[in-house]
Design a binder for this molecule. Structure first.
Ligand code: PMT
Length: 414
């Protein structure tokens, strides 16, 4: 999940030797899906050419308050308000002093006074400058005003001496922004990691054919989107579907039940909630020849073997996540769903009828939700609305289950 996707980040570059590392910060932020604009001081521009930043950010670099052309395009006030974050890397002792004292003598410091966005600074300077009383007083003043500091690191410095003052690694700077974006999220599932599966699996018969089902992935994608909207960090393991990835959701594409099992089981122990909305194959051909099967005979026998039951595997983990299953049935919905809930030891199950014009590949759905000791009916509504209802109930049951010391009773697996 890219928490920085779509974030607008203003990077200020001041005149430290470490300015040569700042293009890497831009590149990493863009890799996360952030939009980056760069403002340099005139001295910084003597150390690294603005054209380097223009190339990596994809936007012209701003250097001055007096650039008429740039001011006509996006004035400095507008630029300050555009930013979701202002990052200064490297930040010199001089710029820390300016910021601490509210000076606005150039474009960067003016932007910092105007902006309401969080300001993150990554100091880089000689260790004696960093440890000086003046710089430490400025640091304390800025920290007291909510400015976030990354680093500096300790080690050998460009001047040949050693001590604190090295620019934090670009990855660390990006991580501080990611952590801040995550902490700023709120909602029923804030701070939790939710793993969701969606869509059908495909079980190969030969290189050109497969066994699959009619799931479109719409329900599972809606659940992933609702979980993200509720503040969770969401990982979505998707079967063969052609749906856009919901915002702020990490997506892993798989094809077969075995691949989905691997993707889920390698993550399940580190997640808080697992929601299995995928229509996973129960059986697969025992083997798939490497060449296309020719139609040489009047009939063809396919020998099928059971696929791993991912949901049961997750629910059986020691200290595993709160586990939510779906049941897709064509008859005896309640009976079959309750059997799955008990037999697999689930925290909750969402039961929906499927068939012609119902359940699969539609924008709406109806369901019954069951958990040990309770149930709720959800009448026909859009899958997006239903996902929000499911997530609210999941959050509620998750808290109840986690507040109990004894695990929920599990019946024998058959
Ligand atoms: O994708 P859509 O077109 O929007 O349709 C939505 C849906 C109908 C597919 C969805 O709402 C749904 O019901 N998903 C579950 C489909 C399913 O496989 O149901 P099941 O009753 O066969 O399986 C029960 C549970 O076991 C499910 O949570 C399933 O993910 C899980 N399972 C099943 C088989 C298997 N090998 N491993 C599993 O984990």
């Amino acid at each position: 999940m890219n928490l920085l996707a779509g974030k607008r980040i203003l990077l200020g570059v001041t005149a430290g030797i470490a300015a040569y590392k700042a293009p890497d910060v831009v590149r990493r932020l863009r890799d996360q899906g952030a939009e980056v604009r760069v403002v340099m001081t005139h001295s910084a521009a003597k150390m690294v050419a603005p054209t380097v930043f223009q190339a990596v950010s994809g936007h012209p670099v701003r250097l001055s308050l007096w650039d008429e052309q740039a001011e006509a395009a996006m004035g400095h006030i507008e630029l300050a308000r555009w930013a979701d974050y202002v990052v200064i890397a490297p930040a010199t002792a001089h710029v820390l002093a300016e910021l601490a004292n509210g000076l606005a003598g150039d474009l960067l410091t003016t932007l910092c006074i105007v902006t309401r966005a969080p300001i993150v600074v990554a100091p880089a300077m000689n260790h004696s400058m960093w440890l000086s009383g003046a710089t430490q007083a400025n640091r304390a003043r800025l920290a007291g005003r909510g400015v976030l500091f990354v680093g500096p690191g300790t080690g050998s410095q460009a001047c040949g001496e050693s001590g604190p003052g090295r620019l934090a690694e670009p990855a660390e700077i990006v991580q501080v922004l990611t952590d801040h974006a995550n902490a700023g999220r709120s909602g029923l599932l804030a701070g939790l990691h939710v793993l969701v599966t969606a869509g059908p699996t495909r079980e190969p018969i030969d290189p050109v054919r497969f066994l699959s089902n009619r799931s479109s992935g719409k329900m599972g994608f809606a659940v992933a989107e609702a979980a993200a909207a509720a503040g969770a960090r969401v990982t979505l393991v998707a079967g063969a579907v052609s749906l856009p990835t919901p915002a702020a959701v990490e997506r892993i594409d798989v094809e077969s039940a075995a691949q989905m099992n691997d993707a889920v089981m390698s993550r399940a122990q580190r997640t808080d909630i697992y929601i299995g909305a995928a229509a996973v194959a129960d059986y697969r051909p025992v083997s798939a020849p490497s060449q296309k099967i020719k139609k040489n005979s009047d009939s063809l026998d396919l020998h099928l073997v059971k696929c791993p039951d991912i949901l049961a595997g997750v629910a059986a983990l020691d200290n595993g996540p709160f586990t939510v299953g779906f049941a897709a049935e064509t008859e005896r919905l309640e009976e079959y769903a309750l059997d799955k809930l008990r037999r697999k030891g689930l925290g909750m199950i969402v039961a929906n009828l499927v068939g012609d014009n119902i359940g699969f590949d539609r924008d709406d759905n109806s369901a019954m939700i069951f958990w040990p000791g309770g149930q709720e009916d959800i009448c026909c509504m859009s899958k997006a609305d239903m996902a929000a209802v499911i997530i609210a109930r999941v959050a509620d049951r998750y808290r109840t289950a986690r507040s109990k010391v004894t695990p929920l009773p599990r019946t024998r697996t058959s």
